[in-house]
Design a binder for this molecule. Structure first.
Ligand code: U2F
Length: 566
């Protein structure tokens, strides 16, 4: 059945239940953004007119909001606690709903059981009826609860899961046996999912799918008003909880900031100003999202103190015409050296408070400096005050962008069917270029005459294969060629001939289970292929190896999709 784009959000609100502050926050957000979502749906509909849009039966189980997982978030909604996850879930619900899918939503284990068809009082038994959902969107907590209540059926159906996972899960941490043997410890368990089933808040690692969220969009009149009404010397500090203001050396850089600008804050407080917030700061208290947007429309600068990491607010600030100023981390923060990331299933190095803002958006909208260097800091403030900058929002964070991406995932991503056939050979004789250039793309793949090329997604026409520098990950090797690592293609290129064609010298070749392979160790001329498809990894890196990297092109402003993808 073809899914019909929806023309209202009010029935979605009725599906959501009530009571919890978190649900109230999400519903408020949905109401506020309804017009934006519906307009985006009309636009996308016009673009994909004759493409298939099959209606799916979808269960959304928001595990972190269940009482059974402790629900530590809901009571903090009005007290400055994390809201990013709620922003994202609200937007996931909106997107799934307006795309026209059939939704069931739960925030309790009891409801979960009834939707799954687990008879009351029976835990941990296989389901008696086939699962009626094509897809289940959940999180780590929800997955744990499903495992507990589905018994052996969990394994059977886990390919239908989509796990919303803020900071991402790298393949080395996902594979149970490998992670256990090699010390990739996590607090979240090992699930042996296809890494693309994990869906992140920002495009953190191409091993996972980028889910994202949306930001309020401005129309042309609003854009002009915002640009005209900017207050040159008004700064807003990023940090709604007093603890976020406990920063070493804060006095020094705040004094510099205060010398030039009027400093505003939105820090939650009960009765008195929190002692962490200096007296010269004009504190508005925690604001409703809409009021924060108004404040950001006037402000010139939105300034981060280093925490929270990778939240939505800086994107909202830049979308409202602010410059985001943030600290560089040297050395970078990661699960190896920072308490916040410890136990999270990733070794990703976070080079500033918000690497996406730093690297994908960058100047003039985002300035990243060393806060201990007073001169560099002060120069940045002066540059910002002089600058004239328009509001900016990458397409991937607009409602249309999120709908386009989610639509593509739902129609094309498939983790339940058996692996695709491999090409029978790689015909590289026609290519004769120096080894530092792109040598292999889809034209060199030879498929068996009985088996036509498989319909892959993303299409293999977007592929370009490169060898990384020693010590470099495929994520960064592809990025350096203005491409994105695409793990789907690993299975096609996991061959000695491909390594050799790219200039690797293979005196011996072995197939091994490791998140670093396929790769070559140039000093000893040993080549390694991957034996375990779940361990194909864009993020793996080690000083000893040059990695074999499947890259693809991407759409400007929509990194999740290749140029020919829709
Ligand atoms: C991030 O968590 P947060 O939820 O704290 O991220 P923020 O960027 O601070 O903001 C989330 C939302 O809070 C809203 C604002 C953002 O959409 O509009 N808000 C508000 O309504 N009123 C205010 O006065 C100030 C902000 C991240 F998202 C989480 O995944 C991480 O767990 C957390 C820790 O790194 O950081």
């Amino acid at each position: 059945k073809q899914a019909a784009f929806r023309t209202e959000l009010s029935s979605l609100l009725d599906l959501m239940g009530t009571g919890k502050e978190s649900l109230i926050f999400m519903k408020k957000r949905l109401r506020r953004l309804e017009a934006q979502w519906l307009l985006a749906a009309r636009r996308l509909e016009a673009k994909i007119q004759d493409k298939p849009n099959e209606q799916k039966q979808i269960l959304v189980h928001i595990g972190f909001l269940t009482e059974e997982s402790g629900d530590v978030f809901s009571p903090r909604v009005l007290k400055g606690g994390p809201l990013g996850e709620m922003v994202q879930w609200a937007d996931v619900l909106a997107a799934l709903y307006v795309l026209g899918h059939s939704l069931k939503i739960t925030v309790s284990v009891k409801e979960l059981q009834s939707y799954l068809g687990v008879p009351p009082g029976r835990g941990n038994c296989p389901l008696t009826e086939p699962l009626s959902f094509d897809l289940i969107y959940t999180d780590y907590h929800g997955m744990q609860q499903m495992k507990q209540h589905m018994g052996l059926s969990f394994r059977k159906y886990r390919c239908r899961l989509r796990v919303v996972d803020t900071f991402g899960t790298e393949p080395a941490y996902n594979h149970e046996e490998y992670a256990t043997l090699h010390g990739y410890r996590t607090n979240w368990g090992y699930w042996n999912l296809h890494p693309k089933q994990f869906m992140t808040m920002f495009p953190h690692t191409p091993d996972n799918s980028f889910m994202g969220f949306v930001t309020d969009e401005l129309n042309e009149t609003e854009r002009q008003q915002v640009t005209q009404n900017k207050v040159r010397n008004m700064a807003v500090v990023y940090g709604k909880e007093a603890a976020m203001w406990k920063v070493n050396g804060k006095e020094k850089f705040l004094a510099v900031l205060h010398k030039h600008m009027e400093v505003h804050g939105t820090v939650y407080f009960e009765t008195q100003r929190p002692p962490e917030v200096p007296a010269f700061v004009k504190n508005h208290g925690l604001l409703p999202q809409q009021d924060l947007q108004q404040l950001l429309k006037k402000a010139k600068l939105f300034i981060g103190f280093g925490f929270p990491y990778e939240g939505p607010a800086p994107l909202e600030a830049v979308a409202n015409g602010c410059v985001f100023l943030q600290p560089r981390f040297n050395p970078p923060h990661s699960s190896l050296n920072h308490e916040f990331f410890r136990g999270k299933p990733t070794s990703r190095e976070v080079s500033s408070q918000h690497p996406y803002m730093e690297m994908t958006i960058g100047r003039p909208h985002v300035i990243t400096v060393d806060y201990n260097d007073t001169k560099e800091f002060e120069t940045a403030i002066k540059v910002i005050m002089r600058s004239k900058i328009d509001p900016y929002l990458p397409y991937e964070f607009t409602s249309e962008g999120m709908l386009q991406r989610l639509h593509a995932y739902i129609q094309h991503q498939e983790f339940c069917s058996p692996p695709l056939p491999f090409p029978i050979a790689i015909n590289t004789s026609q290519v004769n270029l120096p080894s530092s250039l792109v040598l292999i793309n889809h034209t060199h793949l030879v498929w068996s005459p009985n088996d036509p090329p498989p319909a892959m997604w993303p299409p293999v026409t977007s592929m370009q294969v490169w060898l990384s520098a020693e010590g470099e990950s495929c994520t960064s090797a592809c990025w350096n060629h203005d491409l994105v690592c695409e793990p789907t293609f690993f299975s096609i290129i996991n061959r000695q001939t491909v390594l050799e064609q790219l200039g690797a010298q293979c005196e011996s070749t072995e197939a091994v289970m490791s998140h670093l392979y396929p790769a070559v160790s140039p000093s000893v001329r040993e080549c390694y292929l991957q034996r375990e498809p779940l361990l194909f990894s864009c993020s793996g890196q080690s000083t000893k190896f040059r990695r074999l990297c499947p890259c693809r092109d991407y759409q400007r402003g929509q990194v999740a999709l290749c140029k020919d993808c829709s």
